[in-house]
Design a protein around this ligand. Structure first.
Ligand SMILES: Cc1ncc(COP(=O)(O)O)c(C=O)c1O
Length: 458
């Protein structure tokens, strides 16, 4: 660890003693002291006291401009008034019935009006949504194999816990990646059924389909890869996937858990002009509540209607969550708010680009809709293998330096990205950029020194 980075981490420790103490206690009872593996990072994660709009406070009372927003789940910002009102009203009418109540229809109508689907089922998490979407695809095609993209993340279930963050020494040929299970406990046989293709590579996809003729039920992918920071599809890539999957009788599933609510009014199919067979939605459609969904045409969802395909869950369509979802669609994911977000995004990306250039940092910034990221690479990242070679120390330097100055620029992790919320103002973006500008000379100097000694892979 180089001295400027060490100094930022020392400052972080000094600013967050209560988080340190809370984490020490939590780790005795809760593995890693956190509720989800991704939330842990050394020396200790920030423990949050409260959040409002675009800001949060930690246990020591430090305020942060929040661009993490629960890993992109809060384009609404914290405690959006329309969501809070709907939830508060609904709370007093009963919180859980395990019986239909009508709100699910209202929310399904909102989704079908925007996204290219005719029927929707709701789940409580994105992982559940992708799990059931895959089951439906397998059930309706009568095929067992699926293709996922190397580096895409679709939740914690076995079928997609393959080649998420595979070590390069296990990942094989970049043109024909070896499927690698992402966790102990994932059945070894999973890699027989989950095939892996590189992003932005139609030839590789063609080869997989040729090798497994008539056996592939679906291709599932994030239309913009947002579990390797921010990686756009090349022009024509999604259209190419559409053509290949149709030609082979396989379904195309856009996992829009990250893009769905945040890219634009109708998500990736509108943005890229490509219509998938199924979509999954989650994160920002819930306004801060645990809501996700999978949807498709009437024909595809007929497997559930005919009771040949099973989807169930005690907490599904919890009325409080449905109320939050409806309020989010009607009060947050509005055309006015998308243009506000687009303005903020343009300023954020161009602001980053200017600071990068002025300071001579080898990097670029990219973004679309509410999301974007600082990419510490010498050329545009097109797939998992390109992303893999980040200078992790330099990325840590960026993150801790921003956090120490009151800006949580994105979740911890160079695989994540910033999220903008409707609660953020232009002044908030300027503050974010001001802080990046302040730390940029030290970042540039550290990068130059690391390039000189070969520690930075440029
Ligand atoms: C693209 C994508 N799909 C699915 C998931 C899983 O969603 P959840 O964490 O709600 O299970 C995530 C979570 O980050 C995601 O980014």
């Amino acid at each position: 660890m180089y001295p400027a980075l060490q100094q930022e981490i020392d400052t972080y420790r000094k600013r967050t003693p209560s988080s340190h103490e809370a984490h020490e206690r939590a780790a005795k009872r809760v593995p890693l002291g956190v509720g989800s593996n991704y939330r842990f990072y050394p020396p200790h994660p920030i423990f949050v006291r409260d959040g409002q709009g675009g800001r949060i406070h930690d246990l020591d009372g430090n305020e942060y401009l929040d661009f993490n927003l629960c890993y992109g789940s809060l384009m609404a910002g914290h405690c959006h008034p329309a969501v809070m009102k709907a939830v508060e009203e609904r709370l007093h009418l009963g919180t859980l019935f395990g019986m239909p109540h009508g709100l699910e229809l209202e929310l399904a109508e909102e989704i079908c009006a925007r996204f290219p689907v005719e029927m929707v089922r709701f789940t409580n998490s994105g992982g559940e949504a992708t799990m059931y979407a895959i089951r439906v695809a397998r059930g309706m095609t009568g095929r067992e194999k699926i293709v996922k993209i190397e580096g895409c993340y679709h939740g914690g279930h076995d079928a997609v816990s393959v080649s998420v963050k595979a070590k390069l020494e296990l990942a094989g040929d970049p043109e024909n990646p070896t499927p690698v299970t992402a966790s102990l406990g994932v059945l070894k046989g999973t890699t027989d059924q989950t095939l892996v293709a590189p992003f932005n590579n139609l030839d590789a996809m063609e080869r997989l389909f040729a090798r497994h003729q008539g056996q592939i039920a679906a291709v599932i992918l994030e239309p913009i890869m947002m579990n390797v920071a921010f990686v756009m599809p090349d022009a024509g890539y999604l259209a190419g996937l559409r053509e290949i999957t149709s030609r082979h009788g396989a379904l195309l599933i856009f996992d829009e858990i990250k893009t769905g609510g945040k890219l634009c009014w109708s998500g990736a199919s509108e943005y890229f002009g490509v219509k998938p067979d199924m979509i999954t939605l989650g994160k920002s459609i819930g306004g801060g509540f645990p809501l996700a969904a999978f949807g498709a045409s009437r024909e595809i969802m007929d497997g559930i209607v005919q009771q040949k395909i099973y989807h169930a869950g005690t907490y599904n369509t919890n009325p409080v969550v449905m109320a939050a979802g409806i309020a989010t669609f009607r009060g947050v994911l509005t055309r006015d708010n998308y243009s506000h977000i687009d303005n903020l995004s343009r300023r954020m990306v161009s602001g980053y680009a200017g600071i990068i250039k002025r300071n001579g940092i080898v990097a670029y910034a990219d973004g679309a809709g509410a999301n974007g990221a600082l990419m510490l690479y010498d050329k545009r990242v097109r797939n998992y293998r390109d992303w893999y070679h980040v200078d992790q120390d330099l990325w840590h330097h960026y993150w801790f330096a921003m956090v120490n100055r009151g800006v949580l620029p994105q979740p911890f992790g160079w695989d994540e990205q910033w999220t903008l919320s409707v609660a953020h103002t232009e002044a908030d973006i300027e503050r974010h950029l001001e802080v990046f500008d302040e730390i940029a000379p030290a970042l540039a100097a550290a990068q130059r020194a690391r390039i000189a000694v070969g520690a930075h892979s440029v």
